[in-house]
Design a binder for this molecule. Structure first.
Ligand code: ADP
Ligand code: 5GP
Length: 198
């Protein structure tokens, strides 16, 4: 059996990665989300074990010592990491795996798994990015400012990615990401059965 494809999505906070990922998971078959571990506090409505595994800094450090991560990074002041348990076994079973991780994490994964598909999601403008972060209404003003400041550095890494999708109109962006995944699946010789919805 063919291994699944590793799809890494990153880009500035507020660009719409989570929204796009949610749609992809609904609209494509045979793709699973890699739930990260984080020391960030849960936002209203987030579910432990689904959106993230929410842990203390002590628990996170223990996981680092146990070599439990594919990669981890400090992002906007909190730790985030991709558990090995979320990735390798699924890929080995032929399932595609979707990661929503920051640029540091993506570059780290690229070194280990250059065969992955790396997609950068950007907002149509920095003004729109601010509007989305404010409109989401889940982060403090201070946190939003930090995320906007970090976005400038993150945008400089676009060229390191295989694909760049501007998330202006949501449906168009989702369609583009789906097309990339389907194209890469065909390239890998995976079955067309993996495609559903539309
Ligand atoms: P990220 O996961 O990149 O931090 P989110 O998916 O949480 O971003 O999106 C940030 C905010 O922008 C959310 O309120 C979301 O509903 C909104 N959003 C996402 N995509 C679009 C879009 N194409 N047009 C307008 N608003 C969007
Ligand atoms: P948020 O706090 O908005 O959920 O996520 C902040 C940033 O952390 C986003 O850019 C998101 O992609 C990134 N992130 C989420 N999980 C991981 C992870 O496991 N590793 C890394 N490096 N970044 C992550």
């Amino acid at each position: 059996m063919k291994n699944g494809i590793l799809v890494v999505i990153s880009g500035p906070s507020g660009a719409g990665k989570g929204t796009i990922v949610g749609r992809i998971l609904k609209e494509l078959d045979n793709i699973g989300f890699s739930t990260s571990m984080t020391t960030r506090n849960p936002r209203e409505g987030e579910v432990d074990g689904q959106d993230y595994f929410f842990v203390t800094e002590e628990e996170f450090k223990k996981a680092i010592e146990e070599d439990a991560f594919v990669e981890y990074a400090n992002v906007h002041g909190n730790y985030y990491g991709t558990p090995k348990s979320e990735v390798a076994s699924r890929l080995g079973r032929g399932m595609n795996v979707l990661l929503d991780i920051d640029v540091q994490g993506a570059m780290n994964v690229k070194k280990q798994m250059p065969e992955g598909v790396f997609i950068f999601i950007s907002p149509p403008s920095m003004e729109e990015l601010r509007a989305r972060l404010e409109g989401r209404g889940k982060d403090s003003t201070e946190d939003i400012e930090r995320r906007l400041k970090n976005a400038e550095g993150e945008m400089k890494l676009i060229d390191e990615y295989d694909y760049h999708v501007v998330n202006d109109d949501l449906d168009t962006a989702v369609k583009k990401v789906k097309e990339i995944i389907i194209k890469e699946e065909i390239k890998e010789g995976s079955s067309h059965d993996a495609i559903s919805g539309n």
